[in-house]
Design a protein around this ligand. Structure first.
Ligand SMILES: Cc1cc2nc3c(=O)[nH]c(=O)nc-3n(C[C@H](O)[C@H](O)[C@H](O)COP(=O)(O)O)c2cc1C
Length: 212
């Protein structure tokens, strides 16, 4: 997997000691993400994404974190999917990353906005050609009669774009979760885990410890 690029200097030897914590969460997030990339066997950037539409019933699924910087956490998906519809009804979400090898989790909550078309175009262009074809073929979250139907559509699209660039589908883009809270959890002995929560405070952040 490509390393997730985080435009943030990582804290060296980051632990949840007060003296190593910065005033904002991003250096620690960058450090933990880099350490997870070094140790997780698969998809260190896989995160559970929770949304709730107008009916208020929470929904959750895994997506890949494809960008993280001071603006927020970015993932890509089909806007006509269940999650896309839920976000259209209620543009707020929560996420959690769990790194088993590190015995850590990071949670965040916040409002969700779409990335710019230019940002989505740039990421779409970086994807494998077959993934770009797949984005066109998948009517994500809609009923599918059988797998053969999908594969026939993929073959038809591959032929159509054989000698042409595969454009980004209009209904495929990125979303950015702009966090109002980010919480770091580190496993501790005897369930005495370490929890530190950063809460958006004007242009900055406030920081507090929580009982495990
Ligand atoms: C490891 C993993 C990574 C995934 N990454 C994405 C992703 O980045 N974007 C996406 O739309 N779906 C991704 N999926 C599929 C989603 O979990 C989900 O099945 C799909 O987005 C439809 O969700 P929805 O019906 O709630 O919209 C991933 C699944 C797994 C297990």
């Amino acid at each position: 997997m490509d390393r997730l690029k985080i435009d943030e200097p990582a804290l060296a030897g980051a632990a949840l000691e007060d003296f190593t914590l910065a005033e904002d969460p991003w250096p620690l997030f960058a450090a933990w993400m880099a350490e997870a990339e070094a140790s997780e066997a698969e998809d260190p950037n896989a995160m559970a994404l929770a949304t709730a539409g107008a009916d208020g019933l929470p929904d959750v699924r895994i997506v890949l974190l494809k960008g993280a910087d001071r603006r927020g956490f970015v993932f890509y998906t089909n806007v006509d999917s269940a999650k896309g519809e839920e976000l259209a009804q209620n543009p707020q979400a929560a996420l959690v990353l769990h790194w088993k090898s590190r015995r850590r989790q990071v949670r965040a909550r916040g409002a969700v906005t779409r990335v710019t078309p230019e940002e989505a175009d740039a990421y779409f262009a970086s994807r494998h050609r077959d993934s770009r074809i797949g984005a066109h073929a998948s009517r994500q979250s809609r009923p599918l009669a059988d797998r053969a139907t999908l594969m026939a559509e993929v073959a038809e699209l591959a032929a159509r774009y054989e000698n042409a660039a595969v454009p980004r589908p209009e209904n495929w883009t990125g979303f950015r979760i702009e966090p109002v809270t980010i919480e770091f959890w580190q496993n501790g002995d005897y369930r005495l885990h370490d929890r530190v929560r950063f809460t958006r405070d004007g242009a900055g952040w406030s920081r507090s410890r929580l009982y495990p």
